[in-house]
Design a protein around this ligand. Structure first.
Ligand SMILES: [Zn+2]
Length: 476
């Protein structure tokens, strides 16, 4: 078992239960686990530097837990900037994302995943919750494992087609996206979880994920929660992702999406709901009562006009004790895998919209991007904070960068000033995956070249063009 000494770190943001910030600290990592944390001089007396396989010098650096992205689409990463930016959620999903996803083949998908993981490591993310492969969970599991990332993935599933198939949906696309019914979808999910969960010594987990909302039946929503519980994993899907979806749910079922999930017994502590922008006050209690997690995606809200600041109830969810974590979502939806942006938006959006400076302080934004993300992923027993006994998923920022010169309060500087490119070293599961901004687990040049090549090919295969409408009446 390799060991690692991280010595003389200027500042450690631990994100422990009391948000301790430590100065002049050293950290001892045995294998994948944080074995000891203490004042640099004490650790220096207790351990001998030559006994360590690896030593990272933390002087002039800030160390913190790696960021946890709780809503991501690894398979969407080659689509950056492909769709128009004048669309709301439903036409974005139904008219553009569906044909695009169907064209991500088994050759392109691993490159999409590698490119996404490369960007995550370089911007300080060490763990993700991915919606899952378009075809085979094994593709996502294996490609992500090779990159050194920690994460949860799965296999995309839906079972409800719209009443009428639009002309820009090909037959292959329809075949690709929809199972005949919930039982068939659940059988495929069970198979993928049983085959792939706890891959790479448990660094990659596999969940029973579904698309959620209109393209999924009540049986599939409930079935995914039940299956996840039975198999000891989680499930995640999109819900209450736009006001239009909520109004459609009201018309069809007489209630908004989260109330409907409660009615059909689909809520639970192992469920992570992505977006949840359209929520009524009384539905906050339903989420709190069932300890159901919410992944807020500020970047997507900005681009797809979801109305997080206008109608969103994220501060109220936080007040009610709901675990709200942060996600970057897909590359077409938000355009960035950078969790620093999500922290920055989250710490400012509600203050400004409600003219209330008490809302979502920097300290909370950091928790949402770390320990609360870990809690959403049912992984907070092992990751999300820098504490003895936890896995060593750590990032180190260079305090000599412009954004940190000079600075006073470190947590505030991290959220309002820092840039993700300040992340200098990254450690996942005790392994150094980036040193001096050089990713050690991947060939960056090769991945970029392949990503560009397959991005062009996939866009061509998708058949997407300006003829495809930017509004929709599907599933109305
Ligand atoms: Zn999404």
């Amino acid at each position: 078992m390799e060991n690692l000494l991280i010595k003389d770190v200027d500042i450690v943001i631990t994100v422990d239960s009391s948000d301790s910030v430590l100065e002049d600290t050293s950290i001892v990592v045995e294998g994948s686990t944080i074995e000891d944390i203490g004042p640099a001089d004490e650790i220096g007396e207790k351990y001998r530097e030559p006994d360590f396989d690896r030593v990272l010098d933390g002087s002039g650096m800030l160390l913190m837990p790696g960021l946890v992205d709780s809503h991501f689409h690894l398979s969407e990463h080659l689509s950056r900037g492909l769709f128009p930016d004048n669309m709301s959620t439903r036409p974005w999903v139904f008219n553009w994302a569906k044909p695009y996803y169907a064209s991500v083949d088994e050759v392109a998908e691993p490159w999409s995943i590698r490119m996404a993981c490369l960007e995550m490591i370089k911007t300080g993310t060490t763990c993700f919750l991915d919606m899952g492969s378009q075809t085979d969970a094994g593709i996502s599991v294996k490609a992500a494992a090779e990159t050194g990332m920690r994460g949860v993935t799965g296999r995309h599933a839906a079972d409800v087609m719209p009443d009428e198939i639009p002309p820009y949906w090909s037959e292959e696309m329809v075949d690709h996206h929809f199972f005949d019914d919930a039982d068939e979808a659940l059988a495929a999910l069970r198979e993928s979880v049983e085959e792939w969960n706890n891959y790479a010594d448990g660094r990659i987990r596999c969940w029973a994920n579904i698309e959620g909302k209109e393209p999924c039946s009540a049986e599939l929503h409930r079935g995914a929660s039940e299956l996840a519980e039975e198999l000891g994993v989680g499930t995640t899907y999109h819900i209450a992702s736009s006001i239009e979806e909520a109004e459609g749910s009201q018309e069809k079922y007489g209630k908004w999406p989260v109330s409907r999930l409660a009615d059909i017994d689909a809520l639970g502590p192992n469920v992570v709901l992505a977006h949840v922008v359209a929520l009524k006050d009384h539905e906050i209690d339903l989420l709190a009562k069932h300890d159901t997690k919410v992944a807020f995606n500020p970047g997507t809200s900005f681009k797809l006009a979801k109305g997080a600041a206008n109608i969103g109830k994220y501060p109220e969810m936080l007040d009610a004790g709901v675990t709200v974590s942060l996600g970057c979502d897909g590359n077409s939806a938000a355009g960035s895998a950078d969790m620093f942006k999500q922290m920055y938006i989250t710490a400012g959006l509600f203050k400004d919209a409600r003219m209330d400076p008490e809302l979502v302080p920097a300290r909370k934004a950091v928790r949402m991007a770390t320990i609360d993300g870990a809690r959403s992923l049912l992984w907070d027993d092992e990751i999300g904070s820098v504490e003895v006994g936890k896995r060593a998923d750590l990032i180190m920022l260079d305090l000599d960068e412009l954004e940190w010169t000079p600075f006073h309060r470190p947590v505030q500087t991290l959220v309002y000033s820092a840039n993700s490119h300040n992340v200098h070293h990254s450690v996942i599961d005790g392994d150094i995956v980036m040193e001096d901004r050089e990713v050690t687990t991947m060939d960056e040049a090769e991945i970029k070249e392949q990503a560009r090549k397959h991005a062009i090919r996939t866009a061509e295969n998708s058949g997407l063009s300006d003829e495809v409408p930017t509004t929709t009446t599907l599933y109305d």
